[in-house]
Design a protein around this ligand. Sequence first.
Ligand code: PLP
Length: 349
Amino acid sequence: MEHTISIKSQAERKVTDTKSLPFGKIPTEHMFIAEYKNGEWQNAQVVPFHDLTLSPLALCLHYGQTVFEGMKAFVMEDGRLNIFRMDKHYDRFTKSLQRMCMPLVPQRLFKDAIHQLVKLDSDWVPREADGSLYIRPFMIATEDRIGVKVSDEYLFMVVCSPAFQYYTKPLKVKVETTYVRAADGGTGNAKCGGNYGGAFYPTQLAREAGYDQVLWTDSVHNEFIEESGTMNAMFFIDNVLVTPQLSGTILDGVTRDSLLTIANAKGITVEERQISYNELIDAFEAGKRVEAFGAGTAAVVAPIEIIAIGHKEYKCYIEPDAMMYQLQKELLNIRKGIIADTNKWNYII
Ligand SMILES: Cc1ncc(COP(=O)(O)O)c(C=O)c1O
């Protein structure tokens, strides 16, 4: 079914200087909103950003039926706007919605919503080299009924916020062996709200101990590395790029996939497999050069300087000639249109 998106523009707020503000604090001028009722999507519109009115009985407030995505738009070298890998984000959104028993959004509606919103708010896409527009599509269950059930009503929305460098310095992470983020059969590979709420407490403990993030381990052995915060974990050891294989417990990261594709094309050996913290200890103790980094839309490549395993801290290689920076640069250059987009990742507005 075709959906027409109505656009109500209202130039009230001026583009503000958001560089000094925390990530995601300032929304752009407009947002997209559509309602799911009686089994169909209706009232699709781009409207001035505003607060929602929800019944206190709305199911999302009680049982966590929420799913979201996170992607970015860039100003390219030639001034055009590019939304990076919208199709892959759509596929992941769809999988998350299926896992959470939520209605799917037609691909056309998803893409048109983002296209129209970003086009209207294009002045908010930062022109600076380290800037981008963070795009947050999300869905919440809105039926007002306090009983535990799958909601019959939803809102699908898209909001945007200018984004700059996410981490300003290399990270210190702690391998987490007490708490787990996800277990087999759970929701670890869905981008649903509860996964994040459940991760806050262990992450807070790690912060209190002086670390930026935890490196999650598997729920059975507490030994194999999973991912970190809102990033997939990657390592470059002995000239091999190693990252945990996709499973039901980690997110199928778009940045992860992009970096693996770039590395493969460069002839770098890539291994998607289990990697235990013991393997890391062995590499550090053998005096090997270990690069470790997080890969995610918000941070792109976040170098890890220190990994704490048990009571010992190990130092990773973060010098300017590290491989991770080369991969990062290539990814940035594709998005900016500086080098050819051979994989057709860019959606040009
Ligand atoms: C738990 C988790 N892992 C990994 C990622 C990285 O995924 P992507 O590269 O698609 O942003 C994210 C961010 O979306 C995340 O929330």
